[in-house]
Design a protein around this ligand. Structure first.
Ligand code: ADP
Ligand code: MG
Length: 369
């Protein structure tokens, strides 16, 4: 039986996605995924963030059924779509996922209508049903007036909407997107993110988007999974990961402006950076010390009680990050980036304050304080 397609009724079909101990080894021994586990809730927007080659595409292809993992399980709701031990690997067409590929993969010789209709034609739906669904999804994505064009006659943003429409037209339970914004210029990317976010909210569809760009994660994610070298580094909401990075990799990879990271020595009641001492409790011995530029600032007086004053430092240069001025403040050896809440200029000596909870301590790359 063919269910009547109603764009507004997606909410009824959302499912959770549960991934356990997923491993993918490409022969002879490329570990693209190592023991990846993550639970994606009904209607949640998960962004998988990692550098190039970290396993993002492999991960999303395993969820789609385009790649067979070498170990692990994936459930949609309580339905196993992958269970390597039991020999379960449901083919992509039976998983009911919509996939937006990195290069969008539109068929250049087909008009927009036929591009969007393609997944329905494969399913051999009746012509009038196909027309109804394509029109409905195209209207919802505001490309209803473009159905007669070829992809080359569209802007990048419009092409992307066609790719999303094609992914959504069969009312999938799960929407998967692989770097969907990487072909768009910076300005279009902002509006495309807003569009994807509001669409996902409207449909309530469980969504996994993979990207190397942390700004995609800030804009879109309910939660973020950071991976490196095929292994999960941390899963959490944006502010959890910013405030509590699990390790040095996460601290450095996630956060804009990037975290200050310097070597220091723990002395129980302070961390010794050589010329500067940070009065925070610390385990003894060599440490890596991380302080986000948003946790250290130059001002004429402390902004909150309890902030720690450091020795005066010299403003080496001031740069703008968006509208926010950030100074490089220098002592004898140490240099740190700090927010500027003062009218001082380059070359001036400045009062520098530190938020107590802003100091993150690492040893051998792992968080210790
Ligand atoms: N078909 C393949 N055969 C062999 N190695 C592959 C294949 N696909 C991906 N890899 C390797 O797996 C790792 C992860 O790749 P990929 O998932 O594409 O990373 P990302 O999408 O994060 O850039 C890389 O080292 C890549 O070279
Ligand atoms: Mg990729």
């Amino acid at each position: 039986m063919v269910l009547t397609f109603k764009f507004s009724s997606f909410v009824d079909v959302v499912v959770s996605v549960s991934v356990s101990n997923l491993e993918k080894v490409f022969p002879p021994n490329v570990y693209a995924l190592r023991d990846v586990s993550v639970e994606i809730r009904d209607g949640e927007f998960l962004v998988v963030l990692g550098p190039s080659g970290s396993g993002k595409t492999t991960f999303i292809r395993c969820v789609a059924g385009l790649e067979a993992p070498t170990r692990g399980r994936i459930l949609f709701g309580d339905r196993p779509v992958v269970d390597v031990e039991r020999g379960v690997n449901v083919p992509p067409a039976k998983r009911n996922v919509g996939m937006v590929f990195q290069n969008w993969a539109l068929y250049p010789h087909m008009k927009v209508f036929d591009n969007i209709a393609f997944p329905l034609k494969i399913r051999k739906l009746p012509r009038h049903e196909i027309e109804k669904r394509v029109k409905e999804v195209a209207e919802a994505l505001e490309i209803g007036h473009l159905l007669d064009r070829y992809p080359r006659q569209l802007s990048g943003g419009q092409q992307q909407r066609v790719a999303i429409a094609r992914a959504l037209v069969k009312a999938p339970q799960v929407l998967l997107m692989d770097e969907p914004f990487s072909n768009l210029d910076a300005r279009l990317r902002v509006s495309a993110r807003e569009f994807v976010k509001s669409l996902q909210r409207r449909l309530g569809i469980t969504t996994i988007l993979v990207t190397h760009d942390q700004h995609d994660a800030y804009a879109l994610a309910d939660r973020i999974m950071i991976i490196n070298n095929g292994a999960v580094q941390q899963i959490g909401a944006t502010d959890e990961i910013l405030n509590n990075p699990a390790n040095v990799f996460v601290a450095q990879f996630f956060g804009d402006p990037p975290i200050n990271l310097v070597d220091g020595v723990g002395r129980r009641d302070h961390v010794d950076l050589g010329d500067v001492k940070l009065p925070v409790p610390a385990p003894e011995g060599k440490l890596q010390v991380g302080v986000r530029p948003t946790d250290i600032y130059i001002a004429d007086a402390p902004l909150s009680q309890g902030d720690i004053e450091l020795p005066r430092g010299r403003i080496k240069l001031v740069e703008y990050l968006g509208f926010t001025p950030v100074a490089v403040v220098a002592w004898e050896q140490t240099e740190l980036r700090a927010l500027m809440y003062s009218k001082l200029k380059e070359g001036d000596l400045a009062r520098v304050f530190l938020r107590r909870e802003g100091v993150k301590l690492f040893r051998d790359g792992v968080r210790v304080g």
